[in-house]
Design a protein around this ligand. Structure first.
Ligand code: NDP
Length: 375
């Protein structure tokens, strides 16, 4: 199989390298932190399509999704994406490599790749159904990849792509915001101090919006330094009370979920196209518990019911979902290099400390991002 592996790589790329293994952190089953295993013998990624690139990983960013996926969250949907015809046995995703953010250098390009060449410095958010960045190399589609900001180190760059493309999907694609329509808008971010929040504050401020944020009292200075105009401490009591006394909002980005849906939509300006966009959705739980087909039906029914319930009150209810997006990363890179957005790295870990890095993310209370330095 070693030689067929090499043959397949030569079909879609010019390289004649024939390395077949690499160091990586993998899991062989779902569970708590002790399922993480370091190996020097993970399969070297293969270019399976001519639009793919292999990236040498310099830094990998972690997200709460990695903690979820380590425990099997989303497994039903991910295995459907990896194996749509359901040809493989269950468990065929193992050994699974986690890590959704990458900053690194292109090592090899497929034959159709036009915008990248070997040795280009790139960053990307890796879709959850693909092998992740806690490895020496990762294979990605060229349309998921973007040239990284020159002003950032690889460690800093790995703190941005997943939360940034998620915020972009929620605010731009779902929320309808753009750099030229934010000037008079009032935006509320529920949960401003974590990965998505710290990025969203900066992007919206760069676009001229007025930004109100909820966070813990001890994060107030931190979010103000990122540009937040008004801060409400959620640890002081129910936030809906102080928020309810403020002028109403044009858009709410909810990074918290739970019972926020019960009160947040009443904080929106009615009958003026205002939107509530939540990132905390039951989409993957539904497919995990009901199977992909029934889970999707349940999901569609839930979101349709909720959207209708709020539409009759003059506000829009939407779900925000991560989507890989190289072109959005290009625009974000330009904002970073123009000094409008900075990387917010909470803590860095070495490649040997991956379990400690997971521990840190799992404990919560993030102030920006956790990043693993690979090489
Ligand atoms: P992080 O863990 O980086 O940040 C969460 C932040 O929220 C922490 O700073 C935490 O700090 C703060 N917080 C916790 N409770 C509250 C509260 N009640 N009110 C205000 N702030 C609070 O998470 P991310 O930013 O990466 O992600 C945010 C959410 O979005 C997660 O639930 C994640 O799963 C989801 N998500 C969904 C995606 C999708 O595709 N739908 C994609 C990406 C993320 P402290 O506890 O100290 O206050």
């Amino acid at each position: 199989s070693v030689s067929s592996h090499g043959m397949q790589r030569r079909l879609f790329s010019r390289s004649s390298r024939c390395r077949t293994i690499m160091p990586a952190w993998v899991i062989d089953k779902y569970g708590s932190n002790d399922v993480l295993r370091f190996t020097r013998n993970a399969a070297f990624p293969i270019i399976n399509y001519p639009n793919e690139v292999i990236v040498k990983v310099f830094a990998a960013g972690l997200n709460p999704l990695d903690i979820g996926m380590r425990g099997g969250y989303g497994a039903a949907t991910m295995s459907m994406k990896r194996d749509p015809l359901n040809m493989k046995q269950s468990g065929s995703e193992f050994p699974l490599i986690l890590g959704r953010d990458v900053s690194g250098v292109i090592m090899e390009c497929g034959l159709d790749v036009k915008y990248f060449r070997e040795r280009d410095e790139v960053w990307a958010a890796i879709p959850p159904w693909k092998q992740g960045s806690l490895a020496e190399f990762v294979v990605l589609s060229a349309n998921e990849v973007s040239h990284k900001p020159k002003s950032l180190s690889h460690t800093e760059a790995a703190a941005i792509p997943y939360v940034a493309t998620t915020a972009w999907s929620a605010l731009v694609n779902t929320g309808g915001l753009r750099k030229d329509n934010c000037a008079n808008k009032r935006i509320l971010i529920l949960g401003g101090s974590g990965g998505v929040g710290t990025f969203a504050i900066q992007m919206l401020k760069a676009w001229g919006a007025h930004v109100t944020v909820t966070c813990s009292q001890n994060a107030e200075r931190f979010v103000r330094e990122l540009g937040a105009d008004h801060v409400v401490d959620y640890t002081a009591g129910p936030v809906e009370e102080p928020l309810g006394e403020l002028e109403k909002f044009d858009l709410i980005l909810d990074n918290i979920g739970g019972d926020t849906e019960r009160w947040a939509l009443s904080l929106l300006k009615p009958w003026s196209g205002s939107k509530y966009v939540t990132l905390v959705t039951p989409f993957l739980q539904n497919t995990d518990s009901l199977g992909v087909a029934d889970g999707m039906m349940q999901t569609a029914a839930t979101v349709a019911t909720k959207a209708l319930k709020h539409l009759v009150k003059g506000v829009h209810y939407r779900w925000g979902l991560f989507a890989p997006n190289g072109p959005a990363l290009d625009e974000i890179r330009d904002m970073v290099d123009a000094g409008q957005i900075r990387a917010v790295v909470d803590e860095t870990f070495s490649f040997s400390q991956v379990p400690q890095a997971f521990d840190k993310v799992e404990k919560g209370h993030a102030r920006g991002k956790t990043v693993v330095e690979i090489s």
